[in-house]
Write a protein that binds this ligand. Structure first.
Ligand code: PMP
Length: 398
């Protein structure tokens, strides 16, 4: 038997892996990365126990829609599993272009580029446009994909208080008016459910000649006419330069897009590493997203049901005097403020067969430790009865 010359375990990286507190605590409390054996509608099963899913982002409840399943499997039959390469290298396919044209028309932009993940699309909405010499202004509570884009861009970034146009204005007053400026917002903030104060931000963008990037992962499908998103909701589509979003929420798929003018999309295709060096979105993911987009326009009943469910769910939480951080949308946090409380609340919901997710500092601001929930059009009245009963039980446990 051959003995290794060096003791690998002495590598500082391996030592770091073995002594990491975040991983040790995660494994001890077993809060994340659960595996379910089966899924039907809003129900998932783990080790034989049934749960109602209350933390996925399937806002319109389309994940099991027969037209989407069929579109995905037909696309695999016709095109195979993947185009196995970046579009710059071995080309896009007509299904990419079709979806891009439909998405662009839907959100009210000239052009669009689709990516294999929302994370790549949203990172690209910054890296595809920002130059090192620009200054970026970012809401403190942006999603990680945008922070990745901001870091990769190499540009200076100033953070403003969450959804606070007054603070952004203060920061702008210190800057040279000639420095190119980019504002970065979310339409609906994923953790808090807050809608961006877009009209006030757009006024500042006009005053300071800033380029505006809007991540509408959680507004798309939920706000605006037929779910066209937050910019449409405020009638400000032309004032927002770039709209990016994910397919993994209302479209119940995987992938993402960036929509803008044709010139801007052409520019992004030359400058975004995520567009240039990452493989094209797969045929089945593209076809499923396209089917979902058409359903959003042809079947308004999903949006209506979402509004009805949201009303009932908000009432359940407000009757229990739970703090939902002024969420205005189907992404609803239950703020409990201390990680111990959050943990016992989450456990109690699990005991009653309701599956949610914990988010604690530093993932959320200190004192805002929370359970993140999201209501879906596919939750039935019976699901809501069970959720109500479980919320009462969880409140009695903290
Ligand atoms: N932006 C926001 C605001 C998100 O919430 C997410 C997903 N959580 C993403 C981007 C990334 O999307 P995806 O999960 O499709 O990669």
């Amino acid at each position: 038997m051959a003995f290794p010359l060096f003791n690998k375990a002495k590598s500082p990286v391996i030592q770091r892996i073995h002594s990491d507190d975040a991983t040790r605590l995660r494994l001890k409390y077993d809060t994340y990365y659960h595996i379910f054996d089966k899924q039907e509608g809003t129900r998932v099963w783990k080790d034989g126990k049934e749960f109602i899913m209350l933390s996925s982002n399937d806002y319109l409840g389309l994940a099991q829609h027969p037209k989407i399943k069929e579109a995905g499997s037909e696309a695999i039959k016709k095109w195979g599993s993947s185009t196995t390469g970046a579009r710059l290298a071995n080309g896009g396919r007509s299904f990419h272009r079709e979806l891009e044209e439909e998405l662009a028309a839907f959100v009210g932009k000239e052009a669009c580029h689709v990516f294999s993940a929302g994370y790549l699309a949203c990172a690209s909405s910054v890296t595809g446009f920002a130059d090192r010499k620009d200054i970026l202004f970012a809401d403190k509570n942006l999603h990680s994909s945008l922070w990745s884009g901001i870091k990769l861009s190499g540009a200076r970034c100033e953070r403003f208080s969450h959804n606070h146009p007054g603070h952004l204005k203060e920061l702008l007053e210190y800057e040279d008016e000639k420095t190119p400026k980019i504002f970065i917002f979310e339409g609906v903030y994923s953790m808090e459910g807050h809608i961006a104060k877009l009209p006030e931000f757009i006024k500042l963008a006009e005053e300071y000649n800033a380029f505006v990037v809007l991540d509408d992962a959680h507004g798309f499908g939920v706000l605006g006419e037929q779910g066209r998103g937050t910019a449409d909701h405020f009638n400000l589509t032309n004032e927002v330069d770039v709209i990016c979003a994910s397919f993994s929420k209302s479209l119940a798929g995987s992938g993402g897009f960036v929509a803008a003018t044709q010139d801007a999309i052409d520019y992004m295709r030359s400058h975004s590493k995520q567009a240039i060096f990452s493989a094209a979105i797969s045929p089945s993911a593209c076809a499923s997203a396209q089917a979902a987009l058409r359903i959003m326009q042809d079947e308004p009943e999903h949006q209506k049901r979402l509004v009805k469910n949201l009303e009932r769910y908000r009432k359940i939480l407000s009757d229990l005097k739970l703090d939902i951080w002024e969420s205005e949308t189907p992404a609803i946090p239950i703020v409990l403020g201390e990680k111990e409380k959050v943990y016992y609340f989450w456990k109690a919901l699990q005991e009653k067969g309701i599956y949610t997710i914990i988010s604690i500092a530093p993932g959320v601001p200190p004192g805002k430790d929370l359970i993140r929930t999201a209501i879906s059009a596919s939750h039935t009245d019976e699901d809501l009865d069970r959720i109500e009963e479980a919320m009462h039980y969880a409140c009695s446990k903290i």
